[in-house]
Design a protein around this ligand. Structure first.
Ligand code: SF4
Length: 352
């Protein structure tokens, strides 16, 4: 499909040809609701979903196809086993929108659609791994599946006695809230304890439709959390984050994670310095309730897991990198932007 299909005429600027090149490598997909939210090039919704020629220029050692090492940590296709007690199951290859900063962009043009054999292999793995207590349904977006399919997957997981917690990671309540139907809510409610973690990045995504979708989920007793990716020129501003987190809390969505950008190839133009996120949260700490403050985390390159940006997680700060210890005590580094080492050391109290 050409890039212009589905995008209102006149909204693309003179870079259309170059954007077509980007679209061929990383296809554009915008939900009807997000399409209505597009105002002009460079606005916060635009930057999240519209192609940028810089996506094709991001090369070099920090540009990775699979920054979280998910393929290497998949004992069976589409199932990532990174932490001892949890697995992430990629149950859908479809999303409501294609976020230009997505960590799984590699799958957009090489989707691995789930079939019955793969489902059974994943279930067999989980069943023979009693340490797994918690299954996160991910994607793509699991809520792009039919309600019947979500029900089937959850029911089969619920038959495995050591699986206690189900979680769903989704962008649907904000990007395609019309999918949060009574039927789907009824299915999710039938599989408690089940948590829904919603991807949302900017207050402009909080539309009346999204409010209603969150209310339907919360009224069904489904605990809601959010995860927000810290994105340059989208939400790296304290007043934007303050408005977002306070609004989310009022929707009964508890801000859970603020994520440092992964080192995904084609996304460098979105990346902020690690110190930016820390500084932003420090600014917010005295302005908003602790309930509305998410944890700032880095998902370590190579699949070493998430670490919170806390002084005790940081082993040392060098000119070009910060060295973390992960939950297993293993060392892993994350690159710093030029000159931020001393600032970061001060913020984390590591400058003595
Ligand atoms: S919704 Fe999630 S998986 Fe889908 S494109 Fe956006 S970040 Fe990637």
């Amino acid at each position: 499909m050409s890039l212009q299909a589905g995008i209102p005429s006149g909204i693309l600027d003179g870079d259309l040809l170059q954007c077509e090149d980007v679209h061929r490598v990383y296809p554009v997909k915008v939900s009807p609701l997000f399409r209505n939210l597009l105002e002009k090039p460079g606005d916060p919704i635009w930057r999240q979903v519209m192609p940028d020629v810089r996506e094709l220029r991001d090369e070099g050692p920090l540009a990775m196809e699979d920054p979280l090492g998910e393929e290497a940590r998949s004992p069976v296709p589409n199932l990532v086993h990174r932490y001892p007690d949890r697995v992430l199951w990629i149950v859908s290859h479809v999303c409501a929108v294609h976020c230009r900063f997505c960590t799984r962009k590699r799958r957009w043009t090489r989707p691995v659609a789930l079939n019955e054999e793969m489902i059974q292999r994943a279930l067999d793995y989980i069943a023979r791994t009693p340490a797994v207590r918690d299954v996160l349904l991910s994607g793509g977006d699991p809520l792009m599946l039919s309600a019947a399919m979500v029900d089937d997957l959850c029911s089969r997981l619920r038959r495995i006695s050591h699986v206690r917690i189900l979680r769903v990671g989704t962008r649907v309540p904000f990007a395609a809230p019309e999918r949060i139907t009574d039927e789907l809510v009824g299915v999710l409610r039938g599989h408690h304890p089940l948590f829904v973690n919603i991807h949302v990045n900017h207050p402009r995504e909080i539309t009346p439709e999204a409010r209603e979708a969150c209310a339907r989920l919360a009224d069904a007793g489904i605990p809601l959390g959010s995860q927000t990716v810290l994105l340059r020129d989208v939400n790296d501003d304290p007043s934007v984050l303050e408005e977002l987190f306070v609004e989310l809390l009022s929707l009964r969505v508890r801000p859970y994670y603020l994520l440092q950008m992964d080192l995904m190839k084609s996304t460098a133009h979105f990346r902020t310095g690690v110190s930016d996120g820390l500084r932003l949260l420090q600014r917010l700490r005295n302005r908003i309730s602790g309930l509305a403050l998410p944890q700032f985390v880095v998902d370590l390159p190579g699949g070493y897991g998430k670490v919170p940006l806390l002084p005790q997680a940081v082993e040392k700060i060098e000119a070009e990198r910060i060295v973390f210890r992960n939950y297993e005590g293993r060392r892993c580094s994350y690159p710093l932007v030029e000159g931020e080492g001393p600032v970061l050391a001060k913020l984390l109290g590591k400058d003595g």
